[in-house]
Structure formats: C-alpha cells, structure tokens
Design a protein around this ligand. Structure first.
Ligand code: NAP
Length: 351
C-alpha cells in the first residue's frame, strides 16, 4: 500500500480525488498498485486519522468542500512534517501556495516522493529545484501545459542525448484567449472582462497579464533542459505599464480601457504585416524571453486558437521540423489527470 498526502483541495484537488477513487481498483488489479489517502489538507484544516482514509470519508470531504465548507470541519490544520509516515509516501501539492518548498524538501530528504501541480516550489532558487528533483524524487508534469506530456517529452529528448536548440511555446490559456479575441476585433478591456467572468484569469488578472506565470513555466522548462538558471534569466514583457502594477484591482480594471487603443493599433499593424500576435516564450541556451510577438502566418504558433497551448522543440534530431505538442493547457480534469499520471510513476518508483 502507498500512502498519499494531498495538499490542496480546490478545483484540481477535487478532480484528482474523484479520478483516483474511480481508478483505484483498476490500478490495483492491473499493476498491483494500491493507493490510499493518508491526509487531505487545505488552508484551514486536515482530514487525517493516522491510517488509510475510508473512501466514504474522502468523498464526503470533497462534497463538503464543493459545498463551500473548509476542511477545518474535518480536523485541525497540521504541518506536513507531523503527518509524514515512517514508510515512503507520495506528497501531492495541488495548491498555488508560496513557501511549500521547505516542507516538501524535508519530505524528499526523508525518502518520500513529491508530485506537483504547483509551480512555485520549482521556481525558488536553483539549489531548491536541484534538491527537489535530483534522483527524480519530484514529478511535475502538470506545472507546464496541464495534462500535456511536455515535461516527459523534454526529459526524453534530453536523456536520449538529443541536443536541444530552442523551445518556443505559447503556454498561457488566458493570454492565448486574449490574443484570439484581439484578432477578432474585441477591445482588450472587454476581452479581459470576458475571460475574468469565465474564470480563466487569476482573481487579479494582472497575475496573468504581467507574464509572471508564463515566465515561471519558462524557468521550469529551462531547468528541466539542464540550464542552471535563476528567475532573472527570463525577461518577461507585461501587458500593462508599470504605473498600473501598484494601483488597486478596482482601479486597474477601471483604467484598463486606456490600453485598448494601443492594442488595437498593434493588432492592425500585425494584420498589415501579414502576421498575428501571440504571447510567446522563447528559451535558448543564452537566455529566455516572454512577450507579445508578431509571427508569420505559417509559424506553428500562428494557428493557435483560444486557450490551447503549443510547444515546439527544435533539436539536433528535430532540426527541419520541430517536435510539436499541442492541446488544452488548462482545465481541472486534464490537469488532475496529469497529476495522477505522475502519482503512478512515483508509486512504481517506490515499489
Ligand atoms: N486550474 C487549472 O487549469 C490548472 C492548470 C495547470 C496547473 N494548475 C495549478 O494547479 C494548482 C491548483 O489549481 P486550482 O485551480 O485547483 O487552485 P484552487 O482552486 O485555488 O485551489 C487551491 C487549493 O490549495 C489550497 N491551499 C492554498 N494554500 C495552501 C496551503 N498553504 N496549505 C494547504 N492548502 C493550501 C486551497 O485551500 P482553500 O480551499 O482552503 O482555499 C485550495 O484548496 C495551482 O498551482 C495551479 O497553478 C491549475
């Protein structure tokens, strides 16, 4: 039996519990892998009894979260180190919290495995990334491209001795949606509002529009490639001027229409040049940049629509045509499936 401790029971966390519960018997029958929850934790409480949680209790906790209650109803919040069992377990971080790397690092040092959808532990300083990921102790497919096998492909290129030349990607569903909407003539302010209402943006859309989320993903790809970078190696271009970074959210949303004319002009210029605007991350050995680019119509990223992601790997072996991975780069079900795939890999390594 392999224990799972899950940090986070939001959209992805709830979908993961449902998927794991539905697959548990099949995984046991097919691979002899028996996965049991030891703890579920949110910001305010934990479901934990010191032994494998009954499926009914786990599903009741998910139903209660879905109904808007917190896990404080199930039991007091406990720090991760106090929950770690004596046998190696799998710690799953499906939060978006800062500072998790400290207790996750302790868990790895004690022989446990870690699975992440949370990007932040991997974008702390390089020694932290190295400590978490050495000996493949941490799996993190869902941190980039949600359920798309991007990290898997990159590792496979690297480990098979291919020489990676360049990675180009459009890896923000939110910013991809905005590019498509602008192309269709919508004003930036109205497109941001539509995306916000649909729940595609972070609560404060500046977290998307700053490019910081894409820059974090670019750093994860670069470090997985083997580049010993810190965050400052990735230059990111925000969609708004610096003066709007420090105003309140309400003031930002109110002033967003001030940017409409600039973006309409950029879209019109791109059309004149027979190009399209895409928010692109380019990673090369000498540095990475993240920003709005005009791309020719035959560029692999030019055909992207809506919230889809696309990753193009140019390597010594994929020199003429890049290796391309394309598909939905967000969504709780595909993201949870990416996390579940990593849990299975970790469980196999623990056997
Ligand atoms: N949604 C997607 O399409 C998608 C795609 C790719 C990657 N991801 C990544 O997946 C992660 C989860 O996304 P989500 O959409 O599920 O987010 P979410 O709905 O906001 O859920 C976050 C969960 O984490 C919990 N949490 C926050 N800080 C915590 C802490 N310090 N200790 C324990 N639990 C904590 C929250 O607790 P409360 O419930 O108490 O607030 C909540 O249950 C994020 O890192 C996100 O970037 C998401």
């Amino acid at each position: 039996m392999t224990y799972i401790i899950q940090l986070g029971l939001g959209g992805v966390g709830q979908a993961l519990v449902r998927q794991l519960s539905a697959q548990r018997a099949a995984l046991a029958a097919q691979y002899g892998i028996n996965l049991d929850y030891l703890a579920l934790i949110d910001r305010s409480g934990a479901l934990y009894t010191g032994q494998a949680l009954a499926k009914a209790a786990v599903m009741a906790a998910v139903a209660s979260k879905q109904a808007g209650h917190s896990l404080a109803n199930q039991g007091p919040l406990r720090p991760l180190p106090a929950l770690l069992p004596s046998t190696p377990a799998i710690i799953v971080d499906v939060t978006a919290a800062d500072g998790m790397e400290i207790s996750l690092g302790e868990a790895v040092a004690a022989g446990h495995r870690v699975v992440l959808a949370n990007k932040r532990p991997l974008t702390a300083v390089l020694p932290t990334f190295t400590a978490l990921t050495s000996n493949a102790a941490t799996s993190y497919e869902a941190t980039v491209g949600a359920g798309l096998p991007v990290i898997h492909a990159l590792r496979s290129l690297r480990d098979s001795g291919d020489k990676i030349v360049r990675i180009e990607a459009s890896m923000s569903g939110t910013l991809g949606y905005l590019c498509s909407a602008l192309e269709q003539g919508e004003a930036l302010s109205s497109a941001v509002q539509t995306a916000r209402n649909a729940g595609w943006t972070e609560p404060d859309p500046r977290d998307d529009l700053s490019g910081a989320d894409v820059a974090r993903k670019a750093l994860i790809l670069a470090r997985t490639w083997g580049l010993p970078w810190e965050m400052d190696a990735v230059a990111s271009e925000p969609w708004f001027p610096l003066e709007l970074a420090s105003v309140s959210l309400d003031a930002f949303l109110q002033r967003l229409p001030e940017l409409d004319a600039t973006f309409a002009t950029r879209v019109a210029a791109a059309r004149t040049h027979k190009t399209v605007l895409r928010y692109v991350a380019t990673i090369q050995p000498d540095g990475a940049s993240v920003g709005l680019r005009e791309l020719p119509l035959d560029h692999p990223l030019a055909g992207l629509r809506g919230t889809d992601n696309l990753f193009a790997f140019t390597t010594a072996r994929y020199a003429e045509q890049p290796l391309v991975i394309r598909g939905p780069g967000a969504g709780i079900e595909v993201t949870a499936a990416g996390v579940l795939g990593d849990i299975l890999t970790a469980a196999r390594m623990l056997r």
